[in-house]
Design a protein around this ligand. Structure first.
Ligand code: ZN
Length: 655
């Protein structure tokens, strides 16, 4: 592990607090040191209050801030004296401690101080850095962790036996501090992590890098790396199997959840271990990470399945106020399956990503610790304590109402532009994860967010469609919503000139591709936890065709009929199929300013009148269609299937 200290960068950060910001970010840059809000740092600094009196403050990392991105206002300014006095109490409950920390602040609007604030306060150095570095955990979560720490660091660290983080740890450390000497580089907390300290930000940071580097070097010497098997090819039934599993887990949870499957070399190597069950079921990684594993018999797969609870991790570190802490349920967070690999679950794509990060580090640590003689868990009673504490914290924090389609997965065709893009955005806006298909490669990069998967796909190619569904199942776990939007509108051609090859081309894209997609999506949709939804973007041309558009109108009419039959066939599976009939949506790619002006002139209208040439005299936009499509997938329409809904501002031929 290399120091990232850079003199030029560091000069930009002037003063104690700014220096604290700088090296905190350096720690946060390395996920093997600090992962997703784990770890905390502090600096002690003088301050003059309103009465002109000097006071010592502890600026300690506040709740909701991540070291990687922290700013000055992310540190809670807390009076040092009351914190030091608190450390002399015999005992202090977690609730009392949280209150005392808050009232010791000099800024009522600042975030709550880290739960480890009192420990920071009593460490007799200006700067204090604390991490749960992977290499330190791998070393200390072993049967003879203390001996290994002594072997690696000799007398340069203070070794703190394991106790629950909180006031007990403060008392234990306070009792050990008389042993600190000038040559002490830091503290190793068994089964927890490392503290370093110094008179400057750089000194404390460099000591952390040096300690963790020593632990890493030791692991490199002692742990023989396993050769990684290559990932296997995908199986044909895999996506239906994953969708069925996600459906079951969602039922256990009580709401739809996302599920990401990882079949990369690291995951495959881990799930292929002979000792998978014992290795993976060994309890929390650290009290803060709280990786709890257990079997889930109700899931009904005979291969190894474990549940992890990362709730405590979020709570202990207070990563963010909106963390998905309503998941106080028996649904798993991580599933290890010899065929599937590592599967991570969460209420949003961001959550499945965080669980993935945490479990990747867990796998590394378990592998290393197993090689050192066995990964050792914490006593069961402490796990209970952590969870109880978290539960109390969770009660203090009122959870917001989830978005209407939170945890659901939607696939939209023709999603790079126009109505398809508007549908994708509306679905994302209602909380769904979206798979966007389009023949235009810009779909792969149009929005960069974890809940959007853009796939370049020619919908008329069945192999590409099934590959896209495979990716959907692996990335998000199944399918709840299918929006059939992709289509072509050929140049106006009277029937007398209509070639069969042109007709066929329209049919292949507007009709046949949708049959293929519906057929292949059905095994996924039927496992949708709230029932599958299919929305077909048809056309006003179905109820009111126009001359010159025979192929288009016939294809959309046939597609509508296909949807009506699907509504009948799939109703028993709880899948709803509805059609929307837009008309005159002019904010799409084909309607350039010039085309619009030409068409308006053709009808002897102004562009404005041409756009609003309907009963309500309103313009119909892509956004309007997207909103209707997304609403059709929500609770309001949960009793509606086989419906055809015009969205055209009112058309006298349709009404
Ligand atoms: Zn900690």
């Amino acid at each position: 592990m290399l120091s990232l200290w850079n003199d030029v960068e560091a000069r930009e950060f002037v003063g104690d607090l700014e220096q604290r910001v700088y090296t905190s970010r350096l720690l946060g840059r390395d996920p093997s040191l600090v992962l997703h809000g784990g770890g905390n740092t502090s600096v002690k600094s003088a301050y003059v209050n309103l009465f002109g009196r000097g006071e010592d403050l502890l600026y300690v990392k506040g709740s909701g801030w991540d070291l990687a991105t922290i700013q000055a206002q992310g540190f809670s300014p807390t009076r040092l004296a009351p914190l030091v006095e608190l450390s002399t109490l015999e005992s202090l409950s977690d609730v009392q401690m949280a209150n005392e920390l808050r009232v010791a602040m000099i800024d009522a609007a600042a975030p709550s101080p880290s739960v480890e604030a009192i420990l920071h306060a009593i460490i007799p150095y200006k700067f204090v850095d604390h991490t749960h570095a992977d290499a330190v955990i791998a070393l200390t979560n072993t049967p003879n962790g203390r001996e290994r720490v002594e072997e690696v660091f000799g007398g340069e660290v203070l070794i703190v036996p394991y106790v629950m983080p909180g006031f007990k740890l403060v008392r234990l450390c306070a009792g050990l501090f008389p042993q600190l000497t000038d040559s002490t580089q830091g503290m190793i907390l068994l089964k927890h992590g490392a503290f370093t300290f110094g008179q400057t930000a750089r000194e404390s940071y460099e000591r952390m890098i040096a300690l963790v580097s020593k632990a890493e070097a030791y692991l490199t010497r002692k742990v023989v790396p396993v050769s990684l098997p290559s990932a296997e090819a995908d199986s044909a039934e895999l996506r239906a199997e994953l969708a069925a599993f996600r459906g079951q887990v969602s039922r256990v949870a009580g709401f739809p959840i996302l599920m990401a499957t990882h079949h990369d070399p690291q995951a495959v190597a881990f799930v292929s271990r002979d000792d998978l069950e014992t290795a993976a079921a060994r309890g929390p990684l650290t009290p803060d990470h709280s990786i709890r594993t257990k079997r889930l018999p109700q899931i009904g797969r005979d291969v190894a399945v474990y549940a992890d609870d990362y709730r405590a991790y979020f709570e202990a570190n207070a990563v963010r106020a909106s963390a998905p802490l309503t998941m106080l349920d028996p649904a798993p967070r991580v599933v290890l399956d010899r065929e599937w690999g590592m599967v991570t679950l969460g209420r949003s794509a961001r959550d499945t990503g965080i669980v993935e990060d945490i479990y990747r580090h867990t796998m590394t640590v378990i592998e290393q610790a197993q090689a050192l003689g066995g990964y050792e868990a914490l006593p069961a009673a402490d796990i209970f304590d952590v969870e109880y504490w978290d539960l109390e914290q969770a009660k203090l924090r009122a959870g917001g109402k989830p978005a209407p389609l939170q945890g659901e997965i939607a696939l939209v065709t023709g999603a790079a532009s126009g109505i398809g893009k508007a549908c994708a955005e509306a679905l994302l806006g209602r909380g769904a994860a979206v798979v966007a298909l389009d023949i235009n490669p810009s779909v792969e990069t149009m929005l960069k967010r974890p809940d959007l998967l853009g796939i370049r796909c020619d919908v008329s190619d069945e192999a590409q469609l099934t590959a896209a569904l495979e990716q959907t199942a692996r990335r998000f776990g199944g399918l709840d919503v299918l929006v059939l939007n992709a289509g072509v509108f050929p140049p106006s051609t009277p029937i007398r000139d209509l070639k069969l090859s042109d007709w066929d081309k329209v049919m292949r894209i507007n009709l046949d591709a949708n049959l293929s997609l519906m057929r292949e999506a059905y095994p996924l949709l039927k496992h949708a936890p709230r029932g599958g939804k299919v929305v077909i973007v048809a056309s006003k041309n179905v109820p009111a065709p126009g001359p010159g558009a025979a192929a288009y109108s016939a294809s959309k009419a046939a597609l509508t009929q296909l949807g009506r039959v699907a509504a009948l066939e799939w109703g028993g599976d709880g899948i709803r199929v509805n059609m929307v009939h837009p008309n005159a949506v002019f904010d799409t790619g084909i309607w350039t300013e010039e085309v619009l002006a030409a068409r308006a002139k053709h009808y002897g209208l102004s562009v404005e009148d041409y756009k609003t040439n309907n009963v309500l005299k309103v313009e119909v936009t892509s956004r309007d269609i997207g909103a209707l499509v997304a609403d059709l997938c929500g609770a309001t329409f949960s009793r509606t299937t086989g419906a055809q809904i015009p969205i055209d501002g009112g058309n006298d031929r349709v009404i």
